[in-house]
Design a protein around this ligand. Sequence first.
Ligand SMILES: NC(=O)C1=CN([C@@H]2O[C@H](COP(=O)(O)OP(=O)(O)OC[C@H]3O[C@@H](n4cnc5c(N)ncnc54)[C@H](OP(=O)(O)O)[C@@H]3O)[C@@H](O)[C@H]2O)C=CC1
Ligand SMILES: CC(=O)N[C@@H](CCC(=O)OP(=O)(O)O)C(=O)O
Length: 345
Amino acid sequence: MKVGIVGATGYGGVELYRILSNHPHVDECILYSSSEMDVPYSNSFPHLTEISDHILKNIDVEEIKSNVTVLFLATPPGVSRTLSPQFIDSDVKIIDLSGDLRLKNKSEYEEWYKRPCVDENVLEKAVYGLPEIYKADITKAKLLANPGCFPTATILGLAPVVENKLVNEQSIIVDAKTGVSGAGRNASQTTHFSEVNENVKIYKVHEHQHIPEIEQALHTLNDAITCISFNTHLMPMTRGIMATIYASLTDTYSTEKLLDLYKDFYADSPFVRIRKQNEFPSTKEVYGSNFCDIGLKVDERTGRVTIVSVIDNLMKGAAGQAIQNFNLMNGFEETTGLYHAPIYP
Ligand SMILES: NC(=O)C1=CN([C@@H]2O[C@H](COP(=O)(O)OP(=O)(O)OC[C@H]3O[C@@H](n4cnc5c(N)ncnc54)[C@H](OP(=O)(O)O)[C@@H]3O)[C@@H](O)[C@H]2O)C=CC1
Ligand SMILES: CC(=O)N[C@@H](CCC(=O)OP(=O)(O)O)C(=O)O
């Protein structure tokens, strides 16, 4: 199979390349750029010297339609809005890593992303690609909205207690932390070394574009959930997301009972690992892998539960999950090319 990557010169794109170039069902990766064509890919990424002899190609929709079976869009918000509709009537399957196709409500996208949304007829064809919850739909998808990094960690952390109605619907609070690679490869004042090093910074307070995405998914699991409290913090690390989640329990449940519930819920999910009692995952324990690790503990004094969910933002939060979806959409084993140990330490 030939696959294409638009945005190959970015962090999500190069992570896709890393995995797809060793994927047993991928014969060729064709790499597209909007700014650097006809130059070696290794000019953008010298760590690929003698590994990649790819030449970056111009984004030509007709050429893509005739050469590519699956196209990954690892592009900033707004790009998929114009590119995806051009493939709707073709045989090319699209996997979009941006937020452009994730929200089912067009005006909600425009409010949170502050930009125009793709047409509703395209939006309604897009399947939200969180395999642990929507696997059946993903296997039939032609247009796939890959989930955001924070939503992946948060929704997986909450799904078992939300679906089983074990937490009060209005009590959910998510305190999330991220590594700097989540902001992409372009430098900015916020991601400048001097601003990030030895610092922890809260950002987009009550305004993060992932809030409606998380609420939309939780609402499908339990329609009494309408809103959550959610904030994000930039940490002095390259990769990793930790979502620390607090919610009030509807009854008295032991930690042991909840851990058993999580193990059952994720029994058929090869990339979700539930930790032992009193063991909590750290971001380094999933670094470079497609795992989402979850630990939890009931606070008997307050009747609340604390849930800790970690992922690598570029893997389960972006490229790894996109390839998990690629596997499911093409009838391959879900774990193909992805099931390996995290890099540690
Ligand atoms: N980084 C992360 O952890 C995560 C990222 N995402 C999402 O994935 C997408 C990619 O993110 P990331 O790789 O970090 O971003 P980067 O900024 O690192 O890369 C984006 C790439 O998009 C390409 N691009 C820019 N403008 C255009 C355009 N008009 N048309 C086509 N291509 C364009 C650029 O390549 P070129 O100039 O060569 O065309 C650039 O290399 C974003 O939507 C992001 O929000 C989602 C989850 C996690
Ligand atoms: C560190 C950092 O800035 N992270 C980004 C990650 C979001 C992202 O990747 O955007 P979409 O998933 O919406 O496309 C942020 O918090 O906005």
